[in-house]
Design a protein around this ligand. Sequence first.
Ligand SMILES: [Zn+2]
Length: 465
Amino acid sequence: MKRRHALGWTALLLKAPDTLAAPGAPGQASIIAVRVWPAQEYTRVTIESDQPLSTRHFLIEAPHRLVIDVDGLELSPGLRELIGKVKADDPYISGVRVGQNTPTVVRIVLDLRQPVAPQIFTLGPVAAYKHRLVFDLRPKVETDPLLALVQDGERKPAPAAAPSSTQRAEAAASAVNDALGDLIQKIERPPAPSPAPALPPPAPPAAASRPPAPAAPAPSTEPKIDRLIIIALDPGHGGEDPGAIGPSGLREKDVVLAVAHKLRERLTANPNIRVLMTRDADFFVPLHERVRKARRVQADLFVSIHADAFITPQARGASVFVLSDGAATSAAARWMADRENAADMVGGVNVGAATKDANVLRALLDMSTTAQIKDSLKLGGEVLGQIGKVGKLHKPRVEQAGFAVLKAPDIPSILVETAFISNPEEEKKLRDPEYQDELVDALATGIARYFAKNPPMARKRSTTL
Ligand SMILES: [Zn+2]
């Protein structure tokens, strides 16, 4: 009997006694599934097993690798699937190798494209999942979200001396920091077909060094953008958390991402608007992180997009929710908030790493949200009015409950349940790109009407998150 173990790397292979080889033997965990969720922000690898797994890990440089030893595990075809699941364009992982390091220890080596700050943690069984071992590969240095946002869609600057990243960040911040007039005017009065040109600049004094002004093209008549509006769009769920699943298999996380992408495109057609997506791909973002992202860019609005299931398949219609600082306005609203707030458990939060964030969040929640709720109700009312033209409303008024994702104390925030994916008819509509477009129109119009009536103030708050 030939024993060939094609490991392909320098595993110290000690042959396991055959009695230990059977998967599921006492003390040995069996792999249920392996999943990889690549994203620019971070790549997550999940190993789901029937028993909890314990690990040790270390990083190696030149080239960068993350080595993880998993106890109580035998190499199995299920685990080997990991190798094929890493995509060629994964931002963090360039390759995976797995091998039996000792009879009871499997070694996983992740070849890295860049240095990472890994977070490795386990999750107990929840929802449809058994035990999960999670590796989150995050960049060592976080990118500046505000800088990325302001640069997004901007014309390429003239190739002058490259400014330092600090200078660029400062420029980005100041671009966001002043007036909003242009946009508000545009919303209130749709642009005239041929706007009167701005006052021509005074003729420059003749200067020897100045080249003659070109006859054409005329200087840009576009108004200078000196205050951007930043809208945070928050497609619910993602990654390990599929959200609700419709009777024919449509997943909430996919449909809300599609709607958010369309809405982003629609909103950013206005050059004074930038959109921050709390996620722009299929990966999981904890609820507090969604709030933090919006606050870091000092978003003017926060719009969370969902399409949930309800207890009965008959439930139908869109709803708009805002935060409540007391009891929920209905049992259904409280039920929905509880459901959404459970997303972190399904999606998988690294509790250890999140403790500091959670403390900050708790401090945040102690801050008054009265003014935020007042503004959110206005925004919610405008959006509800528009969605009501597209389809049925579940309730004709904005509801309130304790949604964790709506708790930024200084950003008007709404959560839109676009439809009930659990209702077969509504699931069908949600799939339909035309219906999605109508929905996006309604959301964009509701947002524009809110801004027209409630022009954002000059920014003065400081971002502490
Ligand atoms: Zn949802």
